[in-house]
Design a protein around this ligand. Structure first.
Ligand code: NAD
Ligand code: LMR
Length: 338
């Protein structure tokens, strides 16, 4: 059985390349960290996405295996694998969307910030590759701590002269997915009917669900509000503890990442009214980065929505969130500037 590399000059891959070049409608997507817990499911789900014509799977380990496996799926996207840093630029060249779930996950007892030491350097290296090889791509950053890795990415792009804040999005979709699920449970509704805006950032108290703005309109008791807010804020820790040392959320994250990536691709295609929450450069608060609902379009983030009316509980939560966020943002910025 020929490997991907052995097929490089062969007719099968040539035909696939031809099909990809021949303007099969769709976008070119790279996944960095594709062999990981999130990466594998995410790669499988993106291979099933009809908006994707080319799928590049990059990792520092096991990328050929995951690629061979996924490439057998009889869906439209042409899949290519890339292993190790010497192949990073090839993985990124020509991409419309780059999704980054590369980096170490938490173990019980750790905060997301404890991952900074290792993941900051990984994100820096990968973003330097993006600046060189696909500076116009939309970037969906999943690697934790998202509150700091997004500022790191912004600084790398600024240094390279390629920064476009509209194209850099920290993925907070899992917080929204969890919020929809937990709120639907309390209301006795189907989660697909529920939409909860979650703003702020992606760690502990920086995760701020706006329960006063849930759609369909509803109200919660004080106990329900406290239960739901805490459960949404601690959703990641709930999974880390249940996995007991075997990592953090991967399957629900892959689902959330694909849901978000699909919105970005539909925005790129020109679909109207694509609104989702994401952690982006923002003037909604005095902080340089903040997650709110944003409108996605051909250029990435086309509009950033204000917070809307908050109740007293949410106003207090916002102050808490901003304190922690300010520190995490500063930590990311100074990692590159110093
Ligand atoms: P994992 O350890 O299973 O997978 C990570 C993958 O990254 C591995 O395959 C590893 O080889 C790869 N990797 C490491 N260094 C790399 C590099 N320099 N270049 C390319 N790939 C590299 O971890 P996971 O469970 O998939 O989680 C990945 C990251 O996503 C973690 O930081 C985790 O905290 C984060 N995460 C974020 C969210 C979110 O909501 N934003 C949710 C869940 C997990
Ligand atoms: C999550 O929210 O599940 C992720 O950020 C992973 C984690 O460490 O909790």
């Amino acid at each position: 059985h020929p490997s991907n590399a052995q097929m490089e000059g062969g007719s099968v891959l040539e035909r696939a390349n031809c099909r990809a070049k021949g303007g099969a409608p769709g976008f070119k997507v790279a996944i960095l960290g594709a062999a990981g817990g999130i990466g594998q499911s995410l790669s499988m789900l993106m291979k099933m996405n009809p908006l994707v014509s080319v799928l590049h799977l990059y990792d520092v380990v096991n990328a050929p295996g995951v690629t061979a496996d996924i490439s057998h799926m009889d869906t439209g996207a042409v899949v290519r694998g890339f292993l190790g840093q010497p192949q990073l630029d090839a993985a990124l060249t020509g991409m419309d969307l780059v999704i980054i779930p590369a980096g170490v996950p938490r173990k019980p007892g750790m905060t997301r910030d404890d991952l900074f030491k290792i993941n900051a350097g990984i994100v820096k290296t990968l973003c330097e590759g993006i600046a060189r090889s696909c500076p116009n791509a939309i970037v969906n950053l999943i690697s934790n701590p998202v509150n700091s890795t997004v500022p790191i990415a912004a600084e790398v792009f600024k240094k390279a002269g390629t920064y476009d804040p509209k194209r850099l999005l920290g993925v907070t979709m899992l917080d929204v997915v969890r919020a929809n699920t937990f709120v639907a449970e309390v209301l006795g509704l189907d989660p697909r009917e529920v939409k909860v805006p979650v703003v702020g950032g992606h760690a502990g108290v920086t995760i701020l669900p706006l329960l006063s703005q849930v759609k369909p309109p509803c109200s919660f008791t004080k106990d329900e509000t406290e239960y739901l807010t805490k459960r949404i804020q601690d959703g990641g820790t709930e999974v880390v503890q249940a996995k007991a040392g075997a990592g953090s959320a991967t399957l629900s994250m892959a689902y959330a990442a694909v849901k978000f990536a699909d919105c970005c691709l539909r925005g790129l295609r020109g679909d109207a009214n694509i609104v989702e929450c994401a952690y982006v450069e923002s003037r909604v608060t005095e902080l340089p980065f903040f997650a709110t609902q944003v409108k996605l379009g051909r250029g990435g983030v086309e509009e950033i929505y204000q917070l809307g009316p908050l109740n007293e509980y949410e106003r207090a939560g916002l102050e808490e969130a901003k304190k922690e966020l300010a520190t995490s943002i500063e930590k990311g910025v100074s990692f590159i500037r110093k």
